[in-house]
Design a protein around this ligand. Structure first.
Ligand code: SIN
Length: 290
């Protein structure tokens, strides 16, 4: 029996039925999953029951382990992190609660993220993704030409520098350790080519992109600084516009995989008084390239 892939929107996202995820999947199934994932950018596979070890083993079928800085893993499973907010943590800032692409501040950010829902709210706690290939397709030719010259300065400082430790203190089920190393910066091109599909996209997210470099931008002059601030704001607003998004309401057992090279995402924090727990693994990627 083959798999069924059903598109969820006209832009990105698909649901896959007929797949049993795990470390023992056969190569043809893995190839089908991978091609659906890179084509649709986000895929939802309902009805799974993966232990942390099985989730790590399954992730390896898509590529090597991608390092997870700042967040301590599940004991005994160094590749798995628990994303959890307790019902009592009504005031807490939720993990992943701002638009981002996972760990884009790394030299080689993760290609894919895999999130497995274990205990999700009856309502609320949805995740939203935005397609950066769809955003790229809608750029005006003159804007595209200009943005081609721009490089983004990525850093984890706004989330994981020691000044942000308080931000994470409200999550008792997660062990997030901020560090001075979060202030390190890494530049990646703004317009990138996907290494598997060859499609171009905007490799941008307002959380980890802390600056821009290019003609007339971030060049140390006052006008360069004003241009940089304006362009950062424009890029955030443009790339996260609702027309480029899809939104998933979680059920226990769902496994969602997404491609960080062509999407940004955001976890909604609209479930006070309810618990939410998912397990996350990340699959190694390569250095983003023009
Ligand atoms: C994340 O950003 O990895 C977490 C997303 C979520 O909890 O929905």
């Amino acid at each position: 029996m083959g798999i069924t892939v059903s598109q969820l929107t006209g832009v990105l996202g698909a649901r896959i039925d007929g797949l049993d995820l795990g470390p023992d999947m056969n190569p043809a199934e893995v190839a089908d999953l991978r091609s659906a994932l890179v084509a649709h950018e986000v895929v939802i596979v309902p009805g799974q029951t993966l232990s942390p070890g099985e989730q790590a083993g399954f992730s390896h079928l898509l590529g090597g382990f991608s390092p997870v800085p700042f967040v301590q893993p599940v004991p005994e499973h160094p590749e798995v992190i628990k994303v959890v907010k307790e019902a009592s943590e009504t005031e807490a800032f939720n993990f992943g609660g701002v638009w981002h692409s996972d760990f884009s501040f790394l030299d080689a950010p993760p290609a894919f993220t895999i999130l497995h829902a274990l205990d999700v709210p009856a309502v609320g706690g949805d995740t939203v993704w935005a397609s950066m290939t769809a955003a790229h397709e809608e750029l005006e030719p003159a804007d595209r030409e200009r943005l081609e010259e721009i490089t983004c300065v990525h850093s984890a400082s706004a989330s994981y520098s020691p000044a942000q430790q308080e931000l994470h203190a409200g999550l008792s089920g997660m062990d997030i350790r901020t560090s001075e190393s979060a202030d390190a910066t890494r530049e990646h091109p703004l317009l990138c080519t996907h290494p598997e599909t060859g499609r171009r996209s905007l490799y941008f997210n307002g959380t980890y992109v802390r600056g821009l470099r290019g003609p007339g931008v971030g060049d140390g002059t006052e006008s360069g600084a004003a241009e940089e601030t304006g362009l950062l704001r424009w890029l955030h607003d443009f790339t996260t516009h609702i027309r480029f998004t899809c939104r998933h309401r979680w059920s226990n057992g769902d496994v969602v995989l997404w491609d960080n090279r062509s999407t940004q995402h955001l976890a909604l924090n609209d479930y006070p008084g309810q618990r939410r727990e998912l397990h996350r693994t990340t699959v190694a990627g390569t250095e983003p390239a023009r």
